[in-house]
Design a protein around this ligand. Sequence first.
Ligand code: SF4
Length: 467
Amino acid sequence: MQKKHPYLRDKLSIEQRARFQRGTDVGVLAHEVFPGGIDMSPNSPSQFPKKVQETMENLSNPEVNVMYEAVFQHNDTLIMLDILVRDGDRWLAVEVKSSLRLSDTYYNDAALQYYVLHGCGVPLSDFRLMYLNGDYVKDGPIDVKQLFKMESAMDYVVEREDFVAQNVERLKAVVALPHSPVVNIGTQCHNPYPCDFQGHCWKLIPKNSFLFTTAMDDEALFQSYFNGVNTNAKMLQVLDPDSEEAHQIEALETNSFYIDYKTLYSLAPQPKPKSVAFLNLLLDRPAVPELDGTRPYEEMILAFALQGEHEQDAAIDPMPPTGPRRDDMAAENCFVWDCFDDHNRWKEAIGLLIERLSRYELIVCFTPQNLTTTLLRHEIIQNQNVGYKIFNLYEVLQEANFYHPAIKRGLTLQRLETALFDEAKLFEHSRILLEATSNDLIGYQQAREDLITENKVVANTYQHLFK
Ligand code: SF4
């Protein structure tokens, strides 16, 4: 599909774009471990042949000792290598990963790169994977030599070379076909990663097909589908009418959602709390530590919005000059704090949260994380026997088997809003982090407004389900 119809690819989500950007930022920093190199990155795919030729010329140029993003091609397979360093009469190949540990996927990527490098006749002294050192604590300017760790993948890539060669031949045969191969949709569309071509390949599948349910695993769903049980009606005939799968299909047929209300109400806060607040935390985990005393991916609180009856006094709290207008906030009963302009202030959030959360009996939120653990980690609560309870709608809805077709791709506040209120006003949550780290006053203001908007949806959801 990528070869014949790249334009059919689904649009990247904000989250995916942010992940790619993070990889690029870490990759650029990694260059400093081997400074003074030539950047071979092509500006566009049309430059690949030129860059392949220049890379090969640089190999025999004694004045070139380091290349970044060197481009190699062998047997119709093209790679870009993050860093290539002259090492005596050989070369050291380095591939950079913006994570704290190495996975099989990284080793397999390295095996493909080695196959091409070997095929191009590049004599290698080693092939190393470079990744972030979780023990590194920033103290002053980033020390790139301490920030990264390296591990040799040489034994693995050499051993995998034959396997890679066979796969390259197999894939070349696929690419050489006049058309994209006719492959039925199946478990491979979601596993190991959601495929970017689902918008195209799944377009003939009715929007209310049981293939969008989540109660049964994909393996079982597709097995039924290819064994002739390929409509909702047929599927319902073989299911227990009280099964979760059957309830999900009914929700699809009626274009609504399903909740196991019995479980939901059993989870409702008891006794009914006298005071409820809604909390929306904005956390950031920069891959490269920003602040002294922090490690890669260490969490910090960039902002929070707290909506509740005691927040009228937000109007008289000192706010940063770039903060939301005080009268807006008072009208919302919503207190917003942030440190967008100076992340060094992030720990101020801890004192404010300790003080403000204690004024309520129940704190309602919606987050895939365990909020209690987050608050414990930052010592906002010292132990779980605090005076207020955390009520995470995300966890509650999962327990109550909440289902809506859109959540096949995961339960998010945005999809929950669509399901419950038939509205689609919300945005991807990742957008707030992009705005908050945009170094732009308008972005900061938008992030504050978005935090409040999300919190309103949390409040509406709670009131809708437990009024
Ligand atoms: S959506 Fe499924 S069938 Fe289509 S290209 Fe992706 S994995 Fe293959």
